[in-house]
Ligand binder design. Structure first.
Ligand code: NG1
Ligand code: ZN
Length: 560
């Protein structure tokens, strides 16, 4: 494409998607995310960038998802998906930020400069898959993305309303047809098909019940489960709540993030004592479970750490049963993982744990270094990835092993098919959890009782510039502003950790702070031996952040 044809890039921008704000926006942990009315020009430009990315990847398909995940309805966002279904390569985040912030007048020349910088061959075809969540602002943004793709002569394909993981799956399938069929139906066939295959062979026994209540966060995940529900042939009885009707607002007092952070059950649900409940987030990539105790007063949360330990222990058992002892299984967490889960994984399950920075791309990357890598953020975002070696070893056992080994290997092969290996996926994760609980004859209480979580608390503090906070050691140490880490250490040492069983290094409470990549806040996390202490330590650390890192607005309080 000769440079003169880039003029259309400017013409489309000026006439249809002008930049109407000077507020600087950054490609963060999950792409761009802000108030929906500030995003149209950004999404148009991401349509342009997706075309360049596709050309740099030899015409392979790139994904573009419109969503603000667990944020409330007025927000929206956009993120790009790389050809293997993974998050956009980090080096392109800066390019995305540059393109999103340039003025309309400079857009044509900047686009030309980026084409040179990334060495995109403009003669190549380009393909972009576009999906969106259920927000009322999403269709308009999706149209802007389509215009961006067309402006650079790429081919857009719209998937309409899909969960984020469905789009990741389709992108992967389009570029690797051994993975599956790149359609929503192809996703159901593979993931739900594998679940049904396993469950038809598993007897329902013990304390496991096939009834599962689901909180759909009034978003897309619940709607997709409502489609799936009808094809489950009684293997799982889904009772769905918060599907977006009856005035229910997206993520408002419901959904995985609300349940995890507030440690309260969602509104809009019938709460039944001891009933297992799965709570999804707004775009269907996070999952947590919970149940209420006998008198429906206290909630017991089963978060991403619990899902990770459940899946890892089950997969490890199956690997042993099929004799694949040489395959290395490992678990990846972030600093938000409950200290008790890390202890359980390391000491009881004897599975190695890696701790990385927040953000799925970091977890995903670290998980790929194992033959079987289980990764989860405590908030319920995670999946399992299998190396090619692992898959071929298991396939071989399914053919050549003895009867018991073959049985375990076949179960594992279905388990792998049920997994959306591209990214954390609430629907795929839900089917995996249900499979493990059913195979073990367990109810939510058995699961909860495998270990005891340490009480914890998360808080947010608003500061003038959240990037004044920098961190090291997988975000567990704060390197600036000067003196803040020393203060956090001093505050933490006044509490007991409830983890004296680890070593004296873990005798105190634990707290850390980091700037959020998705909200304009500093996040504070604290853990101690009682809820009261965790709440108090979090509040004290939040206060230190407020005082030492330029707090603005209301002073931090314990209630979120
Ligand atoms: P930030 O806002 O950077 O903390 C949050 C989550 C991440 C990740 C992203 C993307 C927490 C503490 N943070 O990021 O883990 O899921 O959103 O959605 O849960
Ligand atoms: Zn999400």
């Amino acid at each position: 494409m000769p440079p003169s044809s880039l003029r259309v890039v400017y013409a489309f921008a000026r006439e249809m998607h002008p930049k109407t704000t000077d507020v600087f926006i950054e490609y963060g942990t999950a792409g761009f995310r802000t108030k929906a009315n500030l995003l149209e020009h950004v999404v148009y430009r991401m349509g342009l960038l997706a075309v360049l990315r596709s050309r740099c990847k030899n015409g392979r398909t790139i994904g573009l998802m419109i969503t603000a995940s667990h944020n409330l309805e007025p927000d929206n966002g956009v993120k790009l998906i790389d050809p293997d279904g993974e998050m956009l390569e980090q080096s392109w985040e800066e390019i995305a930020t540059r393109l999103a912030n340039v003025s309309d007048n400079d857009l044509e020349s900047t686009t030309g400069e980026i084409i040179k910088q990334v060495n995109a061959d403009m003669a190549l075809k380009a393909s972009v898959y576009i999906g969106m969540d259920t927000r009322y602002t999403s269709p308009r943004l999706a149209a802007a993305a389509v215009h961006g793709v067309i402006a650079l002569k790429g081919t857009p394909k719209e998937f309409g309303i899909v969960t984020t993981p469905i789009l990741h799956f389709c992108v992967k399938c389009r570029n690797d047809n051994t993975y599956g069929t790149p359609t929503e139906e192809g996703y159901y066939e593979k993931i739900v098909g594998a679940f049904k295959n396993i469950r038809q062979k598993l007897p329902v026994y013990g304390a496991y019940s096939t009834t599962l209540h689901v909180d759909g966060a009034n978003g897309v995940g619940g709607k997709k489960l409502n489609i799936i529900r009808k094809s489950l042939d009684g293997e799982l009885d889904l009772v769905l709540f918060n599907l977006g009707g009856n005035g229910g607002k997206l993520n408002l007092n419901c959904g995985a993030d609300f349940v995890k952070v507030s440690q309260k059950p969602p509104v809009g649900m019938e709460l039944t004592p001891l009933q297992r409940v799965a709570s999804l987030d707004g775009d269907g990539d996070r999952l947590v479970y919970f149940y209420m105790d006998e008198d429906c007063k206290n909630m017991h949360l089963l978060d991403g750490d619990r899902i990770a330990t459940l899946l890892a222990s089950f997969i490890m058992d199956q690997l042993k049963a099929c004799g694949a002892r040489d395959l290395r299984i490992g678990l990846v967490q972030t600093a938000y993982a409950n200290g008790a889960s890390t202890r359980y994984i390391t000491d009881d399950l004897k599975i190695p744990v890696t701790c990385v920075k927040t953000g799925v791309k970091h977890l995903h990357h670290a998980a790929l270094s194992y033959d079987v890598g289980v990764y989860f953020e405590a908030n319920g975002h995670g999946t399992v990835v299998y190396s090619d070696t692992a898959k071929s070893v298991i396939r071989k056992i399914a053919l050549d092993g003895d009867a018991e080994e073959r049985k375990a290997a076949e179960l594992l092969l279905n388990f792998i098919d049920m997994t959306n290996e591209t990214v954390g996926d609430a629907i795929s994760d839900l089917f995996m959890v249900e499979t493990v609980l059913c195979a073990r004859g367990h109810d939510a209480r058995h699961w909860y009782n495998t270990y005891k979580d340490l009480p914890c608390r998360q808080l947010k503090v608003t500061v003038e510039d959240r990037n004044a906070i920098s961190t090291a050691d997988a975000e567990r140490q704060c390197t600036s502003p000067a003196g803040l880490q020393a203060r956090i250490d001093e505050l933490s040492s006044a509490y007991d950790s409830g983890r004296a069983f680890l070593s004296s290094a873990y005798d105190s409470g634990r707290a850390f702070v980091r700037p959020s990549g998705t909200e304009d806040v500093v996040r504070v996390y604290a853990e101690a031996d009682s809820q009261h202490s965790a709440d108090k330590l979090a509040a004290e650390v939040a206060q230190a952040v407020y005082d030492m890192a330029g707090g603005v607005g209301d002073r931090p309080t314990v209630s979120e």
